[in-house]
Write a protein that binds this ligand. Structure first.
Ligand SMILES: Nc1ncnc2c1ncn2[C@@H]1O[C@H](COP(=O)(O)OP(=O)(O)O)[C@@H](O)[C@H]1O
Ligand SMILES: [Mg+2]
Length: 303
């Protein structure tokens, strides 16, 4: 497929904030003799001529990168976000390794689709209801609220714990983007409250950490501390099943343990940062990611 397109031996890192991750990826891929270029999906463009559709990526002078590592997809209007994902889909159609793929990112950015896939596989994830604020609340949810069952409201496209709040009454509060995503509240011991983040790479749970906070929203961005945690078989298997359910190259899986000791999948992050996780281990996480990325690149390049 790529024969008609000029190729550049360098790899594009899609990011708007290269920082530590950009430097770590540059170093880790240099160990594989691969040079990286940090670019924003905001600055890419299509030039679509019959028989020769091109994805224009800054710094590549009309050529295609050898592969793409997706570290960030910037938000924007629906049209802007769809276009940014289109670039990822197009690059994949051109036979280029995209790590994670646009489809996998779509499935995980959207908490409803992630929850649907987890539930479809029969995995332990809290009961969830998603509906348009302009529409009708599902009857079962109304009954749950009337019975005083605590719930958690999350923005459909949320991250870093922003906008995550507890709902204890029939007044479910404002819907971000016109959509309500409400989930059974998993009661955990605390304070301090904890959850577990597992990084799964190429289907294998590789690293885990515990996030500990005075607040039950235990994101690092909300002030949680990251502590080393040994990966157990139980947690590893659950995280691996979660990533298989969304079919993704690498992902950060959030797991919560209830007061009875049961584990629940909170969400799957398709664009996980790993700086915090790196602080809890002496293993080189970026090297592990780079290795899986290179395996995907080579597999696609091998006829
Ligand atoms: N169903 C739930 N019950 C209790 N706490 C939850 C639940 N879902 C999420 N949380 C807490 O809120 C945090 C953020 O939720 P999460 O679904 O991971 O969204 P985000 O994408 O913002 O990280 C989790 O790390 C966890 O501490
Ligand atoms: Mg999370």
């Amino acid at each position: 497929m790529t024969g008609r397109w000029r190729r550049d031996p360098r790899v594009a890192i899609f990011t708007d904030d290269p920082g530590w991750h950009g430097r770590a990826l540059r170093r880790a891929l240099a160990a594989h003799a691969i040079e990286t270029v940090n670019v924003s999906l905001k600055d890419c463009a299509f030039a679509l001529a019959t028989g020769a559709p091109a994805v224009l990526i800054p710094g590549f002078d009309g050529a295609l990168p050898r592969a793409c590592f997706v570290r960030g997809v910037p938000g924007g209007s629906l049209e802007e976000v769809v276009l940014r994902l289109d670039f990822l889909h197009a690059l994949e159609l051109l036979g280029i390794a995209v790590f994670n793929t646009g489809r996998a990112i779509e499935r995980t950015v959207d908490k409803a689709m992630t929850s649907f896939r987890l539930a479809l596989r029969g995995l332990a994830t809290p009961a969830t209801w998603v509906y348009a604020a302009s529409g009708t609340m599902p009857l079962e949810l109304a009954a749950r609220l009337a019975a005083g069952r605590p719930l958690v409201a999350k923005p459909l496209f949320g991250s870093q714990g922003e906008g995550v709040r507890r709902v204890d009454s029939a007044a479910v509060g404002d819907a971000v983007g016109g959509v309500h995503y409400l989930q059974d509240f998993v009661a955990r011991d605390g304070p301090p409250f904890r959850d577990v983040r597992v990084l799964v790479i190429a289907g294998r749970a590789r690293y885990a950490m515990e996030r500990v906070s005075a607040h039950w929203v235990t994101n690092r961005a909300q002030g949680a501390r990251c502590l080393a945690l040994e990966l157990t078989a139980e947690i590893g298997a659950l995280a691996e099943a979660a990533t298989a359910a969304v079919d993704i190259d690498y992902a950060g899986v959030d797991l919560m343990q209830d007061r009875d000791g049961g584990w629940w999948i909170g969400e799957v992050n398709g664009i996980p940062a790993w700086w915090g996780l790196q602080q809890t281990t002496s293993d080189d996480i970026t090297a592990a990611l780079a290795e899986a990325f290179v395996v995907k690149i080579v597999a696609l390049e091998t006829p």
